[in-house]
Design a protein around this ligand. Structure first.
Ligand SMILES: Cc1cc2nc3c(=O)[nH]c(=O)nc-3n(C[C@H](O)[C@H](O)[C@H](O)COP(=O)(O)OP(=O)(O)OC[C@H]3O[C@@H](n4cnc5c(N)ncnc54)[C@H](O)[C@@H]3O)c2cc1C
Length: 444
């Protein structure tokens, strides 16, 4: 480890960790070095494993994040799980500041009967699988059902539904693993229902993502105009908010003369509260209560063999640090981690694990800047004694035989993914299994 004046450990290499590293390493009046610890052998967090594969323009932000990790004052240490391979207490001992940027990528459940039946999964599970996340088994999904239901009215629900509609040609323009292309291309799914508890005016998806359903190849899009009958609340909400107004106009367009096609049907079903999944060995349907605008509620059974619940994300935190189990975030005061009433000296938080799962990638940049400003302010006030022993935690990792992946090793994984694409005429094909990533990382 270099003898920088101020040494920072960042936990997590998603956008918030990257932006925190950037803010700190680019200080001109202070010599700061930043070590970024990442539990996966690869960087970029949910930009690599969340953002939909068919949104390559958004994913191209990895180019900018890569420049941050390649900065001479920044070290990337992949395949190191903080809490297992090295503890937060050890990081606090060896660094002047620790920034937790570990994200919030666990799912929330519906807490209704039948949720554990085979055929019901979380969006986290499904998105991780199609994104080739090493924690998702390669053969996790077979997609043999004819009808799928995605529960949730956010952009992630739309991502999942859209991925189930993509043609093999479109999928081959993404970087998803070949076996994912095969399963999605040979899927039996013909109908996809996007179902939510709330009415359309309260849907959280953006009009841009909603509009993409009108551009899918050979896909019929259906919205029941009865679901769009405005109640007073909805009308007021739509009038107040131009984004809601535009989103409702798109839904009305789909209800009036929705896109036509035979390959897949996408149907929006609003105001349905899930009550229970039914089925014996595997799921066969979902009981819902349909709250019809200006009418009495009715019970409905929605038959289907595949359900994806997309009702939110929560953080799990890092062992050794407090976590608010309800919000799934780390308690803090202006980015300084708080345990009970005590502000933990030298420990900071940023990104989804600080704010919860909201905002776009860029929101993490402003957030990281605020946290970094707090770190630099504390450093000026010197609330914490300067760490005297300069031990390089990399030596600890070596002693513990942790197979950590530094930036040049990630670049070898990156090159291996490009090479994987060439024989099949694709720009890149992701390596899915951790063992293959590590083999590529250590290749000559
Ligand atoms: C399915 C999905 C689609 C999305 N699509 C878009 C989109 O199209 N556009 C957009 O703007 N935003 C999108 N987002 C939101 C965006 O991805 C987030 O705003 C952003 O990734 C949050 O950044 P983060 O760094 O806080 O968390 P993350 O990106 O989750 O990064 C956290 C990192 O910490 C690592 N980590 C966790 N625990 C440890 C540990 N103990 N030790 C070491 N490392 C650890 C994780 O492996 C991960 O790499 C999407 C999110 C999801 C879930």
């Amino acid at each position: 480890m270099n003898g920088a004046a101020f040494r920072v450990a960042v936990i997590g290499s998603g956008p918030s960790g990257a932006y925190a590293a950037q803010e700190l390493s680019e200080q001109t009046d202070l010599d700061v070095s930043v070590d970024v610890y990442e539990r996966l052998p690869v960087p970029f967090g949910l930009v690599r494993y969340g953002v939909a594969p068919d949104h390559q323009r958004i994913k191209s932000i990895v180019g900018l994040l890569a420049d941050i990790f390649a900065h001479p004052r920044v070290r990337f240490l992949g395949n190191v799980q903080v809490g297992t391979d090295i503890t937060v207490a050890e990081l606090r001992q060896h660094y002047d500041a620790v920034v937790v940027a570990c994200g919030a990528s666990a799912d929330r459940s519906l807490s209704i009967p039948g949720e554990d039946l085979p055929g019901v999964c979380s969006a986290t599970d499904f998105v991780s699988w199609y994104s080739g996340h090493p924690d998702a088994a390669v053969d996790r999904f077979a997609l043999t059902a004819e009808k799928a239901v995605v529960i949730g009215l956010g952009n992630v629900a739309l991502d999942v539904a859209r991925m189930l509609c993509r043609t093999p040609e479109e999928l081959r323009r993404t970087d998803v693993p070949e076996h994912v292309v095969d399963v999605l291309a040979n899927s039996s799914i013909r109908e996809i229902v996007i179902l939510g508890r709330r009415g359309p005016a309260y849907a959280k998806f953006s009009n841009k993502e909603l509009g993409e359903f009108g551009e899918l190849s050979d896909v019929r899009v259906q919205v029941d105009s009865g679901d769009l009958a405005d109640d007073e609340d909805a009308l007021r909400r739509a009038q107040e908010n131009p984004l809601t107004r535009r989103m409702l106009a798109t839904l009305r367009g789909y209800a009036d003369s929705g896109p036509q096609g035979d390959r897949r049907t996408v149907r929006f079903a609003f105001s349905r509260t899930p009550v229970a999944f039914v089925g014996d060995d595997s799921v066969s349907g979902l009981e819902v209560v349909h709250q019809r605008p200006a009418k009495t509620a009715v019970e409905e059974l929605i038959p289907a063999g595949f359900f994806v619940r997309s009702v939110g994300y929560r953080g799990l935190g890092v062992p050794g640090l407090p976590l608010d189990p309800r919000s799934g975030t780390i308690p803090h005061s202006e980015g300084r981690v708080v345990d009970g009433t005590e502000v933990l000296d030298g420990v900071y938080v940023t990104g989804w694990i600080k704010r919860g799962p909201s905002g776009v990638i860029g929101t993490n940049k402003q957030d990281a800047a605020l946290t970094a400003a707090g770190i630099l302010e504390d450093r000026k006030r010197a609330t914490r004694p300067r760490q005297k022993t300069v031990v390089d935690p990399m030596d600890l990792l070596k002693e513990r035989r942790v197979e950590f992946v530094e930036w040049p090793a990630w670049q070898r994984i990156d090159a291996a993914e490009e090479a994987e694409g060439r024989p099949v005429g694709r720009a890149r094909v992701k390596l899915h299994e951790r063992s293959r990533m590590l083999a590529a990382a250590s290749a000559d």
